[in-house]
Ligand binder design. Structure first.
Ligand code: MOS
Length: 763
């Protein structure tokens, strides 16, 4: 590497193959439960068949007879653990329902015993032989069940400071020339990642190593340390790969501390792989929601009034809610807006994040109602969005950092062939099939969080990047490698990326679509430190950074601009001048507007995410437009989706190949959400019925003949040094509404309750 000039944009933005592709397709990639342990014991969970009540006694005689059983842990003999604090209240935990601490049962599927045996099979057999006698009380299952309590979300959780509102909704709606009032519902859904909820714990003296798929190794480390009441620096969490998570592995679940304490008591490694069904109740899920939306407009289509009220189910003890009116009240220009979110408590496990919170349920309601308004106005639904497009959000008047929503509509409409659509519902048929076209807006807040990284550059050009990010399918290894390669001017093949280990410099949760922006911004900054160090050895007294650039604060300079203002210099000579063969730098980055305690919190695994609508003087979102064609058989009512087309604008795209995969996955998941997925509840017992992948429906290849992703270029100089808006959760936000809007176009029937089943169609 004698030529030292970085090749700007040689790496960032290129569709290079995944860094981890070969490891994954050859089976070399090691997931948490693949890690070979020395003389492990195997744990199997016993979970509650009742949703409310108490355990009277256990009959363990038969279970203890199973050959190979080592121990059976229940609340009668389990270690007492410290209470877990909820993620949404500044803690780490997904739930405060802590099993094995008392005889009380707060949810169906709560862990009531853990059988430990010499083999997985013995543990499983014995677990099935555990008999539990309960005194059951009548549980409350869901909305409309007797015993629910409802209260405003405002004030219950830190994130709900207020319900966005502006102007006088009631008056404006009363006077509106055209009105839409409608109620919408979304079902409970479970993430069902391919990789099950596994945890292995190994103690070395008083140090604990946890192998567990996690979206947040630093959070998990600190959370489990808190529950076990030990020094967090005695805990290490390792997971090089995560086999799907979608939010379900973002916070601490009760199983980790339980398995850790059993491993300690046994003095041997313990490995748990929970079953598919247990995953429905020992982790989080998306709870069912209800919505009322009212929109008022003038005859020419200008919005004059908007009201969005949402209700969400949570558990008895925990006030979890996604609360998406932050987005739906800010998307379109409108002078009079009211909103409110309420949390409805039932005897259920605590819900949590599920891609893409909070937008999926709330945007379904708003974007369906917008389509209903377009019908009421006899206006093209794209034109209605165009007429009410805005560069400033209407609640606080803050400008969007960039917003390419209508460009997305135009690109997607063209690719889709929207101009072939005849507006009249039920106007297009082909043989026995009714054909409908529908579209909807998709969007997701651009968020960032503090992170730290260590970068080592060798004289031979090899680079090692260390940052405790997580590879959850998001392409983290790949884009971090690209960022370092570009900034240091080396080929990406020379970069080794180390993530997924809490001994590495802390990075935020791989959630809220903040990962790429946060980790790449950090890595770019630390690579700059490496370059500065070398350059200063070569040219003492000078700095690489141009004077002009110094006046622009970090957080405002997009990297494309920074890279081009970098002065090239000879790295080999710089190494010679410095008299070393390796330069290593560590640095901590935080986004503009991050609170004072950001770095301290980061080291404690506490999130300080900023962005979206929460910034002081601006608002940052990624946008897209999603179009679908549905075909409905007029005899069988079978619903097919032959085409999905999405156009997206999300700032700088680090890697079009991994980005396309993410967005395709999102579009397909959105279709799945509209037509397939729902967790069915037996309301008598507050239990999930279809807790397996045979009955919990997900699409197969035959359900998705064609998915087209269009990536629009967008430069945003006001978000972060990488110029990146998140895309992980952008793809599946608009799809539910787009499909319902297409079904209306095909049939003339408006369906407001997801998922759409063919028996709902009355054609
Ligand atoms: Mo995402 S649901 O924030 O992991």
């Amino acid at each position: 590497m004698s030529t030292a000039a970085p090749e700007p944009k040689a790496n960032m933005g290129q569709p290079i193959p995944r860094y981890d592709a070969v490891a994954k397709v050859t089976g070399k990639a090691e997931y948490a439960s693949d890690v070979a342990l020395v003389n492990p014991a195997y744990a199997y969970l016993v979970t509650s068949s009742i949703a409310k009540g108490r355990i009277d006694r256990f009959d363990l005689a038969a279970a203890k007879q199973v050959r190979g059983v080592i121990d059976i842990v229940t609340h009668e003999n389990a270690e007492k653990l410290k209470a877990a604090k909820l993620f949404g209240s500044g803690g780490y935990a997904a739930t405060t329902i802590q099993p094995l601490q008392s005889a009380e049962i707060a949810q169906a599927g709560q862990i009531v015993a853990v059988v430990v045996a010499e083999t997985f099979e013995a543990a499983r057999q014995a677990a099935h032989a555990v008999k539990v006698n309960y005194t059951a009380a009548m549980p409350t299952a869901t909305f409309d069940s007797p015993g629910t309590t409802s209260a405003p979300a405002k004030g219950q959780l830190a994130q709900f400071k207020d319900d966005p509102k502006v102007g006088d909704f009631a008056k404006a709606f009363g006077e509106a020339e055209v009105k839409v009032s409608a109620a919408y519902e979304t079902p409970p859904q479970h993430h069902n990642p391919m990789e099950l909820f596994a945890t292995s714990c190994v103690w070395y003296g008083d140090s604990l190593t946890v192998y567990e798929p996690s979206q947040y190794v630093h959070g998990l480390k600190n959370g489990v340390a808190e529950q076990l009441d030990i020094d967090p620096d005695k805990v290490r969490v390792i997971n090089a790969y995560v086999g799907g998570a979608f939010g379900s592995k973002g916070s601490l679940t009760p199983r980790t501390a339980i398995i850790a304490s059993i491993a300690k008591r046994l003095g041997r490694p313990v490995k748990l792989v929970a079953s598919r069904a247990q995953g429905f109740t020992i982790a989080t899920y998306r709870a069912e929601t209800r919505h009322e939306v009212q929109i008022g407009a003038s005859r020419n289509g200008k919005l004059t009034a908007l009201r969005h009220e949402g209700w969400e189910i949570s558990s008895r003890p925990d006030p979890y809610a996604v609360g998406g009116t932050k987005t739906t009240t800010r998307l379109y220009d409108c002078p009079n807006i009211a909103s409110k979110v309420s949390i409805v408590r039932a005897d259920r496990n605590t819900p949590g994040f599920m891609r893409s919170p909070p937008e999926v349920p709330y945007m379904f309601a708003l974007e369906s109602a917008m389509d209903e308004m377009a019908v009421a106005l006899n206006m093209d639904p794209i034109e209605l969005r165009r007429l009410n497009d805005t560069t400033k959000e209407p609640i606080g008047g803050k400008p969007y950092t960039s917003r390419s929503l209508m460009e997305c509509y135009d690109a997607a409409a063209k690719a889709f062939g929207w101009n072939k659509r005849t507006p009249q519902p039920k106007s297009t048929t082909e043989g026995d099939w009714l054909i409908g076209y529908g579209c909807a807006t998709t969007c997701y807040p651009t968020q960032m969080a503090p992170a730290a990284a260590r970068v080592r550059l060798q004289r031979d050009g090899r680079v090692r990047v260390e940052i405790a990010g997580q590879e959850i399918g998001n392409g983290a290894y790949t884009v971090i490698g690209q960022a370092a390669a570009e900034k240091l001017g080396v080929p990406v093949e020379k970069v080794s990326v180390f993530i997924g280990d809490s001994d590495l410099p802390p990075a935020p949760v791989a959630g809220g679509s903040n990962s790429t922006a946060s980790t790449c911004s950090t890595v770019i900054m630390v690579c700059e430190q490496v370059r500065q160090k070398l350059f200063k050895a070569l040219m003492p007294g000078e700095s690489l950074v141009d004077k002009a650039k110094e006046t622009v604060g970090m957080g405002q300079t997009p990297v494309t601009q920074a890279a081009s203002s970098d002065r090239p210099f000879d790295l080999e000579s710089a190494f010679d001048a410095l008299g070393v063969s390796v330069v290593e730098e560590y640095g901590e980055w935080k986004p503009e507007g991050a609170p004072m305690d950001s770095f301290r919190a980061m080291h404690k695994g506490q999130m300080r995410m900023v962005g979206g609508s929460e910034m002081k003087d601006k608002i940052a979102y990624a946008f897209g437009a999603e179009f679908v064609e549905v075909r409905i058989n007029k005899w069988t009512h079978e619903i097919r989706v032959p085409r999905l087309v999405g156009a997206f604008a999300a700032g700088h795209i680090m890697n079009p190949r991994t980005a396309r995969s993410q967005l395709m996955g999102g579009l397909i998941w959105g279709m799945s959400s509209a037509l397939h997925e729902a967790t069915e509840i037996d309301e008598r017992y507050a239990r999930y019925v279809n807790d397996n992948l045979a009955d919990y429906l997900v699409p197969v290849n035959a359900d998705v003949p064609s998915v087209e992703v269009i990536l629009l270029s967008e430069q945003d100089d006001h978000i972060n040094p990488a110029g990146v808006k998140g895309i992980g959760e952008l793809g599946n936000v608009g799809t539910n509404a787009a499909i319902c809007n297409a079904i209306f176009h095909a049939t003339g029937q408006r369906l407001r309750k997801l998922p759409i089943r063919l028996e709902q169609l009355e054609i």
